[in-house]
Design a protein around this ligand. Structure first.
Ligand SMILES: [Zn+2]
Length: 379
């Protein structure tokens, strides 16, 4: 396996690009960020905001919130630093965790109004099923809903400005043409979030499109009527997850009391959904050879908080690459499937070239705990 020379991201990450020196595009972004004239970006931001800012008698922007450290930070700075009057919109995840609930309450206690969009569980479950069995990602509907729900609320409430957080395509590397883009629109959503499966495709999977309204992106006509503009805050001020964490923690925001979720390195990310912290990341691992711990340790290296060597050592202590046992029983119950059906599907999505197989049968080898035997390790 080939790894980035600076961080520990493998070449198997989709859309991964290495330069001639073997450095990945996300690591190169760090250098680019230093070149950016952040003062002028801030002025640009101020001038945009001044066109939307209200006197407080009505909401003037939408902040999509999961209740995580970054979205809580967004809401707080948009109000306290930029003097805006946000309405927070939360798309309820596949299965909300206790700490996720408490952090949404934290945000509410900070004085924010929050609209929670809770898709009907019956159709949502069908979409999780499609995500899991057809696309190899149990959280497929969540990836879509977090982007459609705030836009739908924006249209319904007539609030044209939506402030998103970081542009993941810029921060973590994506197609070069999109990474400089500071807008989030239907095109961005379809290109980066839907795994090639549009919401209209689910009709062929037997789901009634009228049952998943929360997941439909508003029509162009609606978008134009309200004049929706979606901006990434990370385009206008340098994105720093530790700064975000510090600010919200000081105010009472909670890390996961149970420590890092399965497969992760830190205890302060992806806490709101039971299937994201664990299953989604594990499925990423079996398909692409890396999961949440790799992502998080790469961020530590790029921020100069950790050397590459230390990250490799820390990686070995994480549970990345082992079955996310904490949530599997709940997930089986949620979908009404057996452990064998679960395992068969996992095997179907596993990149066979990354893991040991039985020479005679060609079947994937498993250890005593049912875990795959990997052929690679960051080095
Ligand atoms: Zn790198």
């Amino acid at each position: 396996m080939r790894y980035c020379k600076k961080c520990i991201m493998p070449a198997t990450r989709p859309e991964q690009v290495f330069n001639d020196e073997g450095i990945c595009n996300a690591c190169l972004t760090v250098g680019q960020k230093k070149e950016i004239d952040w003062d002028s970006r801030k002025q640009q931001f101020e001038s945009i905001l001044s066109k939307y800012r209200s006197d407080g008698s009505k909401y003037d922007c939408i902040i999509p919130v999961s209740g995580g450290k970054d979205s809580c930070y967004q809401a707080i700075v948009m109000r306290d630093k930029y003097n805006m009057n946000p309405l927070c919109v939360n798309h309820s995840p596949c299965e909300l965790t206790q700490v996720g609930r408490e952090n949404l309450e934290f945000l509410s206690d900070q004085g924010f109004d929050i609209i929670s969009v809770i898709a009907n569980r019956k159709a949502y479950r069908e979409m999780v099923k499609i995500g899991f069995f057809k696309l190899g990602d149990s959280c497929w509907p969540e990836h879509i809903g977090i982007f459609t729900a705030p836009v739908r609320v924006a249209v319904n409430y007539n609030i044209p400005l939506i402030i998103w957080g970081e542009n993941s395509q810029f921060e973590y590397g994506g197609p070069a043409t999109q990474s400089e883009n500071n807008f989030l629109d239907r095109n961005w959503l379809e290109q980066f979030q839907m795994l090639g499966h549009r919401i209209s495709d689910i009709v062929h999977d037997g789901v009634n499109i009228n049952d998943v309204k929360t997941h439909l992106y508003p029509s162009d006509e609606e978008i134009n009527r309200v004049g929706i503009t979606g901006l990434f805050l990370g385009y206008f001020e340098s994105w720093d997850t530790m700064r975000n964490l510090k600010l919200v923690e000081k105010l009472g925001w909670k890390r996961n009391p149970e420590g890092a979720v399965d497969g992760a390195y830190n205890d302060f990310e992806n806490l709101d959904c039971k299937w994201i912290g664990g299953l989604h990341d594990y499925m990423k691992f079996i398909k692409f050879g890396y999961g949440r711990a790799t992502d998080q340790l790469c961020i530590e290296i790029r921020a100069n908080r950790m050397t590459r060597e230390a990250a490799i050592e820390a990686y070995k202590e994480t549970s990345e690459g082992t079955l996310p046992n904490t949530y599997i029983p709940d997930f089986l119950k949620y979908l009404g499937i057996s452990f064998d059906e679960f395992t068969d599907n996992m095997d179907r999505f596993t990149n066979k070239s990354l893991f040991e197989r039985d020479e005679d049968t060609g079947k994937l080898k498993k250890d005593d705990n049912g875990n795959l035997v990997r052929k690679f390790m960051p080095e």
